[in-house]
Design a protein around this ligand. Structure first.
Ligand code: UFG
Length: 337
């Protein structure tokens, strides 16, 4: 039986595909390559380039392959962009997911692991955040992810579609073996931006706000290694298969690092000079986001293998150093060998 991975050519999706293949799973990738990279997926993995709104292509995939479950990553995921263009976020994320769920139900595929986000909480009421805490997104991106979680809830009631929603905190790092990594255009995430500055591709790193109510005044985030996220997807799928019960989990290390601390770690890992420039706050940034992942630990047996920020940055740096232009560097166009 195969697993359909939507958005399997994206950053977290491609690492999960690699991880699943290493576990001996049969994987089918579906991606519109708007943000993803064909090269991030092994050549011999069945790959469908298409949009989630394309019902007939989805039906073809479901009828050609013996699919038992989907892992659904395909989505737009930039907070700032979502504020500027909510319609495209609702269209791509909510309406696209609605169509995927519709075609899954029609094709009798009743298990889905969903890529959700800490952005569903908005400004947190507690630190660390628990799954039962209030969900009140402060931007359209978080709203669309929450809307999909709610759709999955009701699809379970109505059609018996079982789901696990995984709410990631700050995904970072790269494949420890250096085969794939993070390559966004434009890049907006802190760690790759700092590493681009280390490579001289940017003159400096802007520190968005130094007057938050945190120890050094900069925002605190919970960075989690992308391969630990991949492992959590695998475990979520195993749990779905064995219990056939829907659930929601936070995924983070439970430890926060400020922007200044992350820059310090990047300086020590790279040994390069990285200039940091104080800049105004970025709209919509909560001061502190730290996960309680106790539930994932207890119920999925999930124990992050790379909780150390130094190691997360080392793996990201290894990728950036060897691929300063990301997937645009050399190699064939048609997938990882
Ligand atoms: N930051 C800077 N300078 C930069 C980039 C980021 O100071 O050039 C700061 C941000 O203000 C924030 C921290 O670094 O305080 C982390 O920013 P990221 O953009 O890397 O990540 P976010 O915490 O904003 O967003 C992440 C995910 C989102 C998700 C969100 C959940 O990327 O998809 O966590 O809150 F929605």
């Amino acid at each position: 039986m195969a697993i359909l991975v939507t958005g399997g050519a994206g950053y977290i999706g491609s690492h999960t595909v690699l991880y699943l293949l290493e576990k001996g799973e049969e994987v089918i990738v579906f991606d519109n390559l708007q943000k993803g990279h064909r090269k991030a997926v092994m050549k011999d993995v069945p790959f469908y380039e298409g949009d989630l709104h394309d019902s007939s292509l989805l039906d073809t995939v479901f009828s050609k392959h013996n699919i038992e479950a989907a892992i659904h990553f395909a989505a737009n995921s930039l907070v700032g962009e979502s504020v500027k263009d909510p319609i495209s976020y609702y269209r791509n994320n909510v309406s696209g997911s609605l169509n995927l769920v519709d075609r899954m139900v029609k094709n009798g595929v009743k298990k889905i692991v969903f890529s959700s986000t800490a952005a569903v909480y908005g400004e947190p009421e507690n630190v660390p955040i628990q799954e039962s805490d209030r969900t009140q997104p402060t931007n359209p991106y978080g709203e669309t992810k929450l809307a999909i979680e709610r759709l999955l809830h009701w699809a379970d009631q109505a059609y018996g579609l079982k789901s696990v929603a995984l709410r990631y905190f700050n995904a970072a790092g790269a494949d420890p073996k250096g085969r794939i990594g993070e390559d966004h255009t434009p890049e907006s995430h802190l760690i790759p931006i700092i590493l681009e500055a280390a490579l001289g591709k940017r003159p400096h790193v802007s520190v968005f706000g130094e007057d938050y109510a945190t120890e050094d005044g900069t925002c605190v985030r919970d960075y989690i290694h992308v391969m630990d996220l991949a492992d959590a997807h695998y475990r979520a799928l195993e749990k779905l298969k064995s219990t056939n019960e829907s659930s929601v989990y936070n995924l983070g290390n439970g430890k926060g690092f400020s922007v200044k601390q992350v820059i310090g770690t990047c300086r020590s890992v790279t040994g390069r000079t990285i200039e940091a420039v104080a800049s105004p706050r970025r709209a919509g940034d909560p001061a502190i986001l730290i996960a309680s992942s106790q539930k994932a630990r207890d119920e999925l047996g999930w124990i992050p293998k790379y909780p150390n920020l130094n190691q997360i940055v080392e793996h990201a740096w290894n990728w950036h150093l060897n691929h300063p232009d990301g997937y645009a560097d050399g190699g064939s166009d048609d997938g990882l060998k």
